[in-house]
Design a protein around this ligand. Structure first.
Ligand SMILES: Cc1ncc(COP(=O)(O)O)c(C=O)c1O
Length: 398
């Protein structure tokens, strides 16, 4: 079979691959604790499901405008005002099939062959592949564990060349959970203000999952002058436990929004009508379910950091947000398992899946080969049982 060259440039998502492996093992009757999946274990709040049912009864079963209904675009505008203090018009927004498709459309609309796009690492697996598909070259800037996986303004400045067309900022981050506080974000913003040819993509999908006090002000609230060359990407997936509804959105300059909409019109058309109605309720309705969810994630964050801290050979930076931790497991490399030394993070994950029946994702695809990612979007019982099993398996290593 002859496939197009572009398909050879990308690989299956490492995180989705782990989810598929967990499903395969479970189908065989093997019990596995899943620390791989990047989705909240909570269910979509009832008020949102009710809104979807009402919308279906009212006929939300047809195509909608490609960029989304008036209702969802107005809900996005209201959310940006309520949470971020930012003023957008509905025409400056587009509803998409998940935040992922907003990013895909943005990269296609903005970048091309020869463009460099700065990607702070460790980064979410899909950024690099989606940039490559757009023809752009990801320029990877590593945030060190000592710096809490955050890049410094000096690193950002050094990475920007005359070919740099964009930068992607994701705070709190997948996979590390690292989040910039107000001064460190402002310091990056200052570099961006001084780099007028760089388009800024701000991926806010984890914005409410911040554990260190009040959410830091939005980059655009601090530097409104960046607004004409910034695209905000967000989605209801993580904030409202709505991963399966596939509803994301972007807000930014009208030309970029129109370009993303044209691309969407020639690929997916509008996102599902019923999901738009549900997401409008999510964004514009009462927000009471968020605070208890954040509290629960904070408890789990503390638990996970504490448990990793007690495993010899594992070092874990304390994340400030999201629902991930990203420990360094290189202290286990060289320990013997099944007659051979554990050589890399992939093998550590294989070992933990085989011996502890715990699924984790290796850091290689996040540009961090000494690390593994744990998603703690799972119950306290699963965390306790999973860590007990990990401790036992590591203790039994040669
Ligand atoms: C950093 C980041 N951005 C965007 C997304 C996209 O989420 P969705 O397409 O479900 O909105 C994800 C999902 O894992 C993510 O981790």
């Amino acid at each position: 079979m002859r496939l197009a060259k572009r398909i050879g440039l990308i690989k299956p998502s490492a995180t989705l691959a782990v989810t598929a492996e967990v499903a395969r093992l479970r189908a065989q009757g093997t019990q596995v604790i899943d620390f791989g999946a990047g989705e909240p274990d909570f269910d979509t709040p009832q008020r949102i499901k009710d809104a979807a049912v009402r919308a279906l009864a009212a006929g939300a079963t047809k195509y909608t405008p490609v960029a989304g209904t008036k209702q969802i675009r107005e809900a996005v505008v209201a959310k940006l005002k309520r949470l971020n203090g930012l003023d957008y018009a509905p025409e400056e927004t587009v509803a998409t099939c998940g935040g992922k498709h907003a990013l895909f459309g943005a990269f296609q609309a903005l970048f091309e062959e020869g463009d460099e796009v700065v990607l702070p690492a460790p980064f979410w697996v899909s950024y690099a592949d989606m940039l490559v598909l757009a023809g752009a070259k990801p320029v990877i800037v590593h945030g060190s564990p000592e710096a809490g996986f955050k890049i410094t303004p000096e690193q950002l400045r050094r990475a920007i060349t005359p070919r740099t067309r964009g930068v992607v900022l994701n705070s709190p981050s997948n996979p590390t959970g690292a989040a910039y506080d107000a001064p460190s974000l402002a310091a990056l913003g200052k570099v961006l203000v001084e780099s007028p040819d760089v388009f800024v993509i701000v991926d806010d999908v984890y914005e409410v999952l911040y554990f260190e006090g009040a959410t830091p002000p939005h980059l655009l609230a601090t530097y409104p002058e960046l607004r004409p060359r910034t695209l905000i990407v967000n989605s209801v997936s993580k904030t409202y436990a709505m991963t399966g509804w596939r509803l994301g959105y972007a807000a930014g300059p009208v030309e970029v929004i129109k370009a993303i909409t044209t691309l969407q019109g020639q690929s997916t058309s509008n996102p599902a009508a019923v999901s738009q109605a549900a997401a409008a309720e999510a964004l514009a309705g009462p927000q009471d379910e968020i605070a208890p969810m954040v509290e629960e994630f904070r408890w789990r964050r503390d638990y996970v950091v504490d448990r990793f801290g007690r495993i010899p050979g594992v070092k874990c930076v304390r994340p400030e947000g999201a629902f991930y931790a990203f420990p360094d497991v290189s202290g286990l490399f060289g320990r013997a398992w099944r007659g051979a030394p554990l050589g890399n993070a992939n093998r550590v994950c294989e070992f933990l899946l085989a011996e502890a029946r715990v699924a984790l994702v290796a850091g290689d695809d996040f540009a961090a080969p000494n690390h593994i990612r744990i998603s703690y979007a799972t119950s306290r019982d699963n965390l306790r049982n999973g860590f007990d099993a990990i401790e036992k398996a590591v203790g039994a290593l040669g």
